[in-house]
Design a protein around this ligand. Structure first.
Ligand code: ADP
Length: 260
């Protein structure tokens, strides 16, 4: 708490009067810390792939390029690391845009089933590779059409479904359910994958938080996907929650307002 005492010296009659202004700066301090932590984390995360790219390219130039097998192996790593760098940069830019409230709020009529189909088309190849079965379920059995933001909805479902695929073992299933409620629509993405330990659940929406580095790093994730989702959902006036059983599966539920 900051207190500022103002004594008006120019006015004799007011000499014994004092104005006390009390500001609660806890929130400002907290936001500052969030920001500096973010920059520190982002720099660290960006450095890792860049260091790998520098190291492997230098080793290639120093002669490793002459050995075809080694060269191929190094270039594969460089390819993976540059993809990772690309994902990181685009996630960081997305987050910055959301946090500066630069999302263009373009409300239009959205057919939720179509929105889900679009995402399934985008991720189907990735799912088939593993393989993971993707199931769609419209609990209303009739079109769900409401006013919302198509691009934002696509990003929410895409991030949740990509995670569900990433954190589910081959042969598993991802179910995307949609349902129209009185004032909201509900999107549920459920998997029967590896699950999230109870102690990690409250933290998974934090920026750069990953459940266990060794467990998640092979998935090539950035640790930003869920914080992007939560930010978008909030900016739309919605709500997201999660339940999970470690080793059994995970379910994310998103409630979005219908903007009638
Ligand atoms: P990442 O890029 O690492 O996937 P996210 O922000 O999307 O980052 O998710 C944060 C962490 O939450 C992940 O690293 C993972 O450990 C955990 N997680 C997210 N979705 C799931 C899921 N469907 N099943 C199990 N764990 C999950």
């Amino acid at each position: 708490i900051n207190a500022i005492f103002v004594d008006d010296h120019n006015n004799d009659e007011m000499d014994d009067q004092v104005i006390v202004l009390i500001y609660d700066i806890t929130d400002i301090r907290r936001l500052e810390k969030v920001r500096t932590d973010f920059i520190a984390n982002a720099s660290h995360e960006l450095k890792t792939p860049v260091t790998a790219l520098q190291g492997f390219s230098e080793t290639l130039l120093d002669g490793a390029i002459e050995d075809q097998e080694t060269a191929r192996y190094f270039v594969e790593i460089m390819n993976k690391e540059s993809n990772r760098l690309g994902h990181l940069i685009s996630d960081i830019l997305d987050l910055a845009k959301i946090e500066q409230d630069q999302l263009t709020h373009h409300i239009e009529s959205v057919d939720l089933e179509e929105a889900v189909d679009e995402v399934v088309q985008q991720v189907q190849m990735e799912a088939d590779k593993k393989p993971i079965q993707i199931v769609k379920d419209n609990r209303n059995n009739q079109p769900i059409i409401f006013n919302s933001e198509r691009g934002q909805i696509n990003q929410i479902i895409t991030n949740l479904v990509n995670n569900a695929i990433n954190y589910t073992d081959p042969g598993g299933q991802v179910r995307i359910s949609i349902e129209e409620l009185v004032n909201n629509v509900q999107i549920t993405v459920a998997d029967n994958g590896i699950g999230i330990p109870e102690e990690d659940l409250p933290r998974i929406f934090e920026r750069f938080y990953r459940v266990s580095k060794s467990r998640s790093s092979s998935s090539g994730g950035t640790g930003l996907g869920l914080s992007i989702v939560r930010n978008i959902v909030r900016s739309m006036g919605g709500h997201i929650d999660v339940s999970s059983q470690f080793g059994q599966g995970t379910e994310f539920r998103v409630l979005l307002p219908k903007n009638e």
